[in-house]
Design a protein around this ligand. Structure first.
Ligand SMILES: [Zn+2]
Ligand SMILES: [Zn+2]
Length: 253
């Protein structure tokens, strides 16, 4: 390093420079850590497991969000490393906690502490296992099926294909709509997905129609009476079009 070179920001000499700026000054003017305004953690109130993407994991976790839930929401500058985070709770309601992340971040050899506000909403649901155990509460069923004309697609392959399509549908849905899906069961002709919100079932079916070309058929069955009203369960049969590529010959082993 040329001993005469100085940081263009602070003027100090004798320090490694990047684009004329020393590491201290660079760290001061770089956004090292951010968080979205609000995040959501979906917790099973029965067993404490978390819904991450399409699956449930970490059964036995506390019902309130922990570091393990919170830290993944933080976005660290690609050239920085997150050394430690301490979460301070500033206020909390039954479902929303306002937090402050006190983070230590390392960047170009210097450490900085950064405070980032973050608010997390806890959504409680019943995971598929707990739903089954607790008597299978649901209000709607979305049936995932192949084309009605019965192309020769083996049940196993059909279910794998429907599974991918359903993941695509869920990926396009809002988190609260996704969250209404409780559990699903395998059928020879596809999958039956059980939901705790009828509105969510219809929205998912609509996404399947609009984005994936599925056809829909809705029916209702009387499930009983509650508070003097008939209670219906809605079933939406979602038929996806035939998959791409050649179908297997019917007589292939
Ligand atoms: Zn400097
Ligand atoms: Zn559970």
């Amino acid at each position: 390093m040329d001993p005469g070179e100085f940081c263009v920001v602070c003027g100090r000499t004798g320090r490694p420079l990047t684009d004329g700026v020393c590491a201290d000054c660079d760290a001061d003017r770089t956004v090292l850590l951010t968080a979205p305004e609000r995040g959501e953690v979906v917790v099973c109130s029965g067993c404490g497991s978390r819904r991450v993407g399409g699956r449930w994991e970490r059964a036995g976790s506390p019902l309130v969000p922990t570091e393990e839930d919170l830290t993944p929401f933080l976005n660290v500058h690609p050239e920085a490393g997150l050394r430690s985070v301490r979460w301070e709770e500033r206020s909390a309601t039954a479902t929303v906690r306002e937090l402050l992340a006190h983070a230590t971040v390392r960047f170009r050899g210097v450490e900085r502490t950064v405070d980032v506000p973050f608010s997390v909403r806890t959504v409680t649901q019943s995971c598929p296992d707990c739903s089954r155990r607790s008597g299978r509460y649901y209000t709607a069923v979305v049936q995932l099926r192949g084309p009605a004309d019965g192309r020769s697609e083996r049940p196993r392959e059909l279910r794998a294909r429907l599974d991918r399509l359903w993941s695509g549908v869920l990926g396009e849905a809002r988190p609260d709509v996704r969250g209404a899906v409780s559990w699903r069961e395998e059928r020879p002709e596809g999958w039956d997905c059980y939901l705790v919100e009828t509105v969510a079932a219809r929205q998912l079916a609509r996404i399947a129609k609009q984005r994936f070309g599925a056809t829909l058929k809705e029916s209702a069955t009387l499930a009983g009476r509650k508070d003097g009203h008939d209670v219906y369960r809605v079933t939406v049969c979602v038929r996806f079009p035939a998959g791409p590529g050649p179908s297997r010959p019917r007589d292939a082993a």
